[in-house]
Design a protein around this ligand. Sequence first.
Ligand code: NI
Length: 397
Amino acid sequence: MPYQQFLADARSQSKWIVDIRRQLHRFPELMYEEFKTSQLVCDTLDELGIFYASGIAETGVVATLGTGESPCIALRADMDALPILEETDVPFRSEIDGKMHACGHDCHTAMLLGAAKLLREHESELKGTVRLLFQPAEEGGAGGKRMREAGVLENPSVERIFGLHVWPQLPTGTIGSRTGTFLAAAGEVDITIHGKGGHAAMPHHCIDPVVTAAKVVTELQTIISRNLDPLDSGVISITTIHGGEAYNVIPESVRLTGTIRALTMDRFRWLQERVASLATQVAAANDCTATIEFPGEAYPPTVNDADVWSTVQDLASELLGRAAVHEIPPVMGGEDFAFYTEQVPGCFVALGVRNEESGCTYNVHHPLFKADEEALPIGSALHACFAVQTLQNLSGT
Ligand code: NI
């Protein structure tokens, strides 16, 4: 099958893909609330005559194309938005105040539906099964883990998996990824420093958790600078501080939250232990106590399989030219695609959506983030080509 044809077809169906993307963009939904999004995915699959199951891990949808037999590969998109007030000037800007598709998951879902349309037109030629995973709750809710636990990688067993993420650091028409660890292990930390509140004019009758919390924030920075091997990578960012109500009252407690990241799970667990130990001891040295929690599900690092990345590089080179394919360094962002690649060889790929002329320059998670929609048919074509080529490789035909 000539892959250039997939790209040409995707480009000719560009309006169809863009319309879906814009509809999703106007009505963003947060994790595990992707009900309308899920419905739109189901309606579109109905329109295409593609079999699917819905309500997986709350709002997930799993569609199936091809023979229904092994080999089986999976293509994945995430559907959730972020609690951000959109500030862009696009005509299809979010109509839900305080919610925005600021991580491009609207693009991911639309591109995978675009791939569904392409693959449906070539379904009889597929040498196995293609499973399309539309998952909830990538942004901290570990939706990928729940999808995996719901069995989306079984019956028949998924042998390879592919996912795309819009990437404002790369220009439209290019892609980037790497062999091995591409994205970090990531998790939350929640620390409460307990002291003894009272009149701010009489600090000697109180135990001040504000001063202690400030010391904890500062001391935690020494873990990366003094304890971690300089050639290794880690991040500890304390991102919120809450304590006190009045200028003349020393509060009982102060709460700090933040994120911990590393490139391996071992290193991540070690950073968690260091954070807990240091916060406890700094608190104790100041007559306070510390409660440390690591809420939510920590994401493992996203590790790409060398052969799968090699296949993607070949396909992308054919579609976009060799110069458009970049080996890029790891990033300390986290991504729950990692829950799939823990079990199945796969590749997570950065899809360029940067376009200076149309103002698509802001990073994801920014209220001014815009994705260049010219990239959407490229993403759909890459998904479809990956499915066809990988099934061909696995079936030995
Ligand atoms: Ni994202």
